[in-house]
Design a protein around this ligand. Structure first.
Ligand code: ADP
Ligand code: MG
Length: 413
């Protein structure tokens, strides 16, 4: 209705301090306010949190936010509380669960964050039955699909719980879902096809470059010397992270190392230094980056093959969030594929097909002589221009041998 639209704009301005909605936020918010189930597919940095936080304030009751990582929840809660939003989480890391339950029952919470493991327990379900709910937000919704790049079996158990509260609107959110994953999310969470809202995936200010790897340390050292600004280098293991960080010190740039095996205090200090720096190079495993708010990252380098196109898009998407020019450089080697294929032999039967499809899509990206951006966008179901003018293959077309002609010569000889 008109009233909720006016309310939504007032909340946007007065609580969040934004002049207007961005991209397709308004469409998503409108659907949720109308009580409809929705899947919002928007790139990293597009502002997905607002899509459930705003309706949580506009509707009466508490919004339940299902989120896969405690660290992510705590970041979001801190940010929401700073805006005056009443937010809390109920996780193994929260010692104040009894207080939170009390506040929830008393209707004094706008947002309650929970992990899927807890959301699907009978105890939590009966707690929900005694409270007023405004909506369910399912963040990182690709976790519900075996076709997604980060499948979490607990997400599968959400559906029966959601179905107990059929009139509470569901909002699933993700940055990364190809067509198969997208269809699967809709099905798994009971969202109608017309509930899909998609914002664009193109990041025109990111220049994509992908090169064969001979020596990671030398090539990345050269890259770092040629490219100013703060950047992230993703290494493939904890040891590789420390090795590479050590070697990159020779470039004279400030260098940090970050992986889950380092002490928490050291990690926090390195991360804070990176966020504040204009020229630091952070060598890290993929544990680094999620939920870190640094808009002026000028480059993201992959020292090896990422896990999937989705992972590549998400990781490279941390560059240039301020809209200024940024570079995504990947160094890959046939040995990366050999290792991935070996690992494929160890995954459970049901996972083999999606994992192989993922690997094939990556091979098509790295081996292509065509526009990288076009491959990425097509992967996410978008219709790209033939050339983008801002990737290695568009700017500096590779010399390709005409395989057809060669084959014809061989055949006719
Ligand atoms: P996502 O979850 O899609 O990656 P976030 O919800 O973390 O993105 O939001 C990314 C950034 O965009 C945040 O700093 C947020 O404050 C900002 N933002 C969100 N919506 C708007 C808006 N309508 N106008 C301006 N900035 C916005
Ligand atoms: Mg988010």
């Amino acid at each position: 209705t008109c009233d909720t639209a006016i309310d939504a704009h007032a909340i946007l301005r007065e609580v969040f301090g934004f002049a207007g909605f961005r991209g397709r936020q308004e469409d998503v918010v409108s659907r949720v306010l109308a009580g409809k189930h929705t899947l919002a597919l928007m790139p990293t940095g597009a502002g997905k949190s607002l899509c459930y936080q705003l309706p949580a304030l506009a509707r009466s009751g508490t919004a339940i936010v299902v989120s896969p990582l405690i660290a992510l929840m705590h970041d979001q809660i801190r940010a929401a509380q700073a805006l005056g939003i009443r937010a809390a989480s109920m996780t193994s890391a929260d010692s104040d669960r009894a207080e939170t339950t009390k506040a929830f029952r008393a209707g004094k919470l706008d947002l309650l964050y929970v992990a899927p493991e807890r959301a699907t327990t009978p105890a939590f379900r009966s707690l929900l039955e005694s409270c007023k709910l405004s909506l369910f937000a399912i963040d990182e919704a690709h976790c519900v699909s075996e076709w997604g790049h980060d499948f979490r079996p607990d997400y599968r158990a959400l559906r029966p719980m959601l179905d107990c509260f059929a009139d509470v609107p569901r909002l699933a959110l993700t940055a990364t879902a190809d067509e198969v994953t997208r269809a699967d999310i809709l099905k798994q969470l009971g969202i109608p096809d017309e509930g899909l809202i998609r914002a664009g995936f193109d990041r025109p200010n990111i220049r994509y470059a992908i090169s064969p790897r001979a020596s990671a340390a030398r090539q990345i050292g050269d890259f770092v010397q040629r490219n100013p600004g703060a950047g992230i280098v993703y290494a493939t293991s904890r040891r590789a992270t420390e090795d590479l960080a050590e070697k990159l010190k020779a470039t004279g740039r400030p260098v940090g190392a970050y992986h889950a095996g380092l002490p928490a205090e050291e990690r926090a200090a390195t991360q804070a230094a990176f966020v504040a720096s204009e020229d630091m190079v952070m060598v890290a495993t993929i544990a680094f980056g999620m939920g870190i708010d640094k808009p002026d990252v000028r480059f993201v380098v992959h020292a090896g093959l990422p896990k999937s196109i989705e992972a590549y898009y998400q990781e490279t998407g941390r560059a240039g969030r301020d809209g200024d020019p940024a570079i995504a450089q990947m160094f890959w080697s046939a040995s990366d594929f050999a290792r991935a294929r070996q690992w494929l032999g160890e995954v459970e039967e049901a996972r083999v097909a999606p994992e192989r499809a993922r690997l094939n899509a990556l091979a098509a990206l790295v081996e292509s002589a065509g526009c990288r951006r076009a491959i990425l966008l097509r992967h996410f179901g978008e219709d790209p221009p033939q050339t983008c003018g801002n990737c290695d293959n568009c700017c500096d077309p590779p010399q390709v041998i005409d395989a057809t002609q060669t084959a014809q010569k061989l055949l006719s000889a």
